[in-house]
Design a protein around this ligand. Structure first.
Ligand code: ARG
Length: 258
């Protein structure tokens, strides 16, 4: 490794002399030992995967990402943003990776790469207790207003399946919790969202229920910019953390297996 660096530096210097414009700073940069920072882009409105606890952002994704950074010997930082800003931030290189209970979809695969999946998510329907909506099929009878978080699969699927077919109105909110408040105050008829945050939101609010029927079953993974040289390192670290039980231990800490 050292030998390689020395050779690299030597060749940079030779090239520099030949071109009469030695890139001195670049050459010295390669020798500094400052740790790189792994930046996780997320939307911390999604318990138990990522949410605010006081000043901190905690949750399954936050802990798995920190464990990946540790394995790679990198510093670690979380950037909180709107959910639909995560993929653009990843593509622009503003963050190293997006980790946000993010579902792998064909559309997103055109924009970013995904690691191995580390969890399963289910799109469920939250209603008020006693609602006329008793199953996913009821929604296809038409006439209901559905709340979702902007840019999530709950938004995309209900838009394509129901709104575009003239069967429903989709109301989009910045946060899942805001959609749930709109349901509590009767502004909408139901919320379509991932099962784990759904359970957390229903536990926090009186009079809500999650329908038994599932709208969609999905896989969560970490997204990274296409061609990101760190992709293999991140994915291998994740694979190891799955294989040695670390990911499961983190999941168990946040989701009680009743
Ligand atoms: N699984 C859904 C999706 O990928 C919702 C994810 C929302 N995550 C969040 N941190 N708000 O679209």
């Amino acid at each position: 490794m050292k030998k390689f660096l020395a050779m690299l530096l030597a060749s940079v210097m030779v090239l520099g002399v030949a071109a009469c414009s030695a890139p001195v700073e670049e050459a010295t940069d390669t020798t500094t030992e400052t740790k790189e920072t792994l930046i996780m882009g997320t939307n911390a409105e999604f318990p138990p995967y990522e949410y605010h606890e006081g000043d901190a952002i905690v949750g399954i994704d936050a802990e798995v990402a920190a464990a990946i950074a540790e394995k790679l010997g990198m510093d670690f930082k979380i950037e909180d943003m709107a959910f639909d800003s995560i993929i653009p931030a990843v593509q622009a290189g503003k963050v190293t990776m997006g980790m946000a209970g993010m579902t792998v979809t064909e559309e997103r695969l055109l924009e970013v790469d995904f690691t191995d999946t580390y969890a399963t998510g289910v799109q469920v329907v939250i209603v008020k207790e006693g609602s006329a909506i008793t199953s996913v099929d009821t929604l296809f009878e038409g006439g209901y207003t559905i709340g979702v978080q902007t840019g999530t699969t709950g938004d995309l699927y209900s838009t394509w399946d129901l709104e575009d077919e003239g069967l429903a109105t989709v109301e989009r909110y910045n946060k899942g919790a805001d959609a749930v408040q709109a349901l509590v105050t009767d502004k909408i008829d139901c919320v379509i969202i991932d099962n784990e945050p759904a359970k957390a939101f229903v536990a926090e609010n009186e009079g809500l229920a999650i329908l038994d029927t599932e709208y969609a079953v999905e896989d969560y993974a970490i997204c990274m910019a296409k061609e990101n040289p760190l992709y293999d390192d991140v994915n291998n670290a994740l694979k190891e953390l799955i294989a040695d039980g670390t990911v499961q231990a983190i999941v168990d800490k946040y989701i009680n297996a009743n």
